[in-house]
Ligand binder design. Structure first.
Ligand SMILES: [Zn+2]
Length: 470
């Protein structure tokens, strides 16, 4: 998830963290109490030890397990049997690696099965159009939809059109890609907006800056009181072609057929705990989602993030490093249909939110690690920044305001947290498409992400101070 980047301009203030530590902040920089700085610096040997052990040994084992997991299960859509088998596999794997504190929490999740999809342009010439329905799309009527096309570049352009120009047509959104966070509204809201104008279906330019003729799926949501019309992604190539044909004055006619099945099934969030030695009730959560879309293999989204998070309590346990607080890895289920697993966890644990000292998620790639996108009070950010110093060059700190995907729900409840920053410029090239396979991943980078993720979360879980909230 990408969100609004916020710029903080700090006045000079003095903040008391607790009886021991005082932070003074000057504009954009933090000056911590020397005792806390000394304490943080004292972790340098242990963080180096954790990272070296992962680089030299545990990381390679993890990458083998990761590859085996993706090869064995492939795509793991919400509500499917294969997702549940993959969850069982991770539970077994945890125990095989010597950690037995693994539990699951059951919840209801959506099941949406893609049965068949096809699209063909009949006018002005015959051409097959690659489509990929969006999660929760309804089917076309039996016999399909045979209709004229109208292409628009934006919601504003659609709004300006007279209803008679849209009625009974297939609306093609050929929106320019700005960023995932800004452009994804065409996928999530396009069908509802077009249906209000009387459209019979929508096809949306895939939310990616790059294409070799692959459509990209993702979740979409029908607004209430709107006719549910079928909605699917098309490739950048076809979106541009349809736009040009329209501008050339051609009448465009498509025939589309889409069929899906919908149900509700049971799934599970998986919790892997390394209990804290002093304050086991306090948590540092590291997480990723185990489900994926039904296309590709969910290797990048979010097999990598799930795996490096799973490794944290497992490797710390193997290294006999028990921090003060509990380190909990959560393998979220059903993130893709709309953060369903995280919502259930939040509901079930809403009275324990003050016990979450810090919550982390990796769901935007495990390419070369760069640092963290941190949400939290200024005091928390100062401490995180100090900890990050020992990870240079992995010490970049951003503040998008909404790090991660699942954890955004917790951030909104004032729980401090962070997502992994990495060189993910190409993330959306593969995201939610057939291209999301192990070939996108690079072993050295994934291991480096894992090393940083484990060592950083160890320090936060072991520090003598809690991360302060606003
Ligand atoms: Zn994801």
């Amino acid at each position: 998830m990408t969100a609004l980047k916020l710029l903080f301009i700090f006045p000079l203030i003095i903040i008391k963290i607790n009886a021991n530590f005082v932070i003074t902040r000057y504009d954009d920089e933090c000056v911590l109490d020397p005792a806390l700085v000394t304490e943080i610096a004292s972790y340098e040997n242990v963080t180096k030890h954790i990272m070296d052990q992962i680089r030299d040994y545990y990381g390679k084992t993890m990458y083998q397990e990761y590859t085996r997991f993706i090869d064995k299960f492939g795509a793991r859509p919400s509500g499917t049997w294969i997702l549940e088998k993959s969850i069982d596999h991770m539970i077994d794997l945890t125990k095989q690696h010597g950690l037995y504190d693994v539990t699951t929490e059951e919840l209801e999740v959506p099941y949406w099965l893609r049965l068949m999809e096809s699209a063909i342009m009949l006018q002005p010439r015959v051409k097959k159009i690659a489509i990929l329905g969006f999660g929760s799309s309804v089917s076309t009527p039996s016999g399909g939809i045979h209709a004229e096309v109208i292409v628009v570049r934006s919601f504003a352009e659609l709004e300006k059109l007279d209803r008679t120009k849209v009625q009974g047509k297939i609306v093609v959104f050929n929106e320019p890609y700005v960023s995932y966070g800004e452009t994804v509204i065409y996928r999530t809201q396009g069908a509802s907006k077009a249906a209000r104008k009387g459209a019979v279906a929508t096809l949306v330019r895939s939310i990616t800056p790059f294409s070799i003729y692959a459509p990209h799926t993702g979740a979409q949501y029908y607004e209430s009181n709107v006719t549910k019309i079928p909605t699917a992604a098309i490739t950048l190539e076809d979106a541009d072609l349809l736009q040009r044909l329209q501008e050339e004055g051609e009448k465009i006619v498509l025939e589309i057929q889409m069929a899906y099945m919908e149900d509700t099934k049971k799934s599970r969030n998986t919790l892997v705990d390394l209990k804290g030695k002093e304050s086991p009730e306090k948590l540092v959560i590291v997480s990723g989602h185990i489900d994926s879309w039904d296309v590709g293999e969910g290797a990048m989204d979010d097999g990598g993030g799930m795996m490096i998070s799973w490794l944290v309590p497992v490797v710390l346990n193997s290294l006999n490093l028990k921090p003060r607080r509990t380190v909990r890895a959560i393998l979220w289920t059903a993130e893709e249909p709309g953060l369903i697993g995280a919502q259930a966890y939040l509901k079930q644990h809403k009275d324990e939110l003050d016990k979450i000292n810090f919550i982390m998620e990796s769901d935007e790639g495990t390419f070369q690690p760069l640092g963290l996108d941190v949400a939290g009070s200024n005091k928390t950010r100062c401490i995180v920044q100090e900890v990050l110093k020992q990870f240079a060059p992995i010490n970049k700190m951003e503040n998008s305001g909404a790090p991660g995907s699942d954890i955004v729900l917790f951030i909104k409840q004032n729980v401090p947290g962070a997502s992994l920053l990495n060189r993910n410029e190409r993330y959306y090239w593969f995201h939610h498409s057939e291209g999301d396979t192990m070939n996108v991943q690079n072993m050295t980078n994934v291991i480096e992400c894992a090393a940083f993720w484990a060592a950083f979360s160890y320090v936060i879980a072991d520090l003598s101070v809690d991360l302060p909230r606003n």
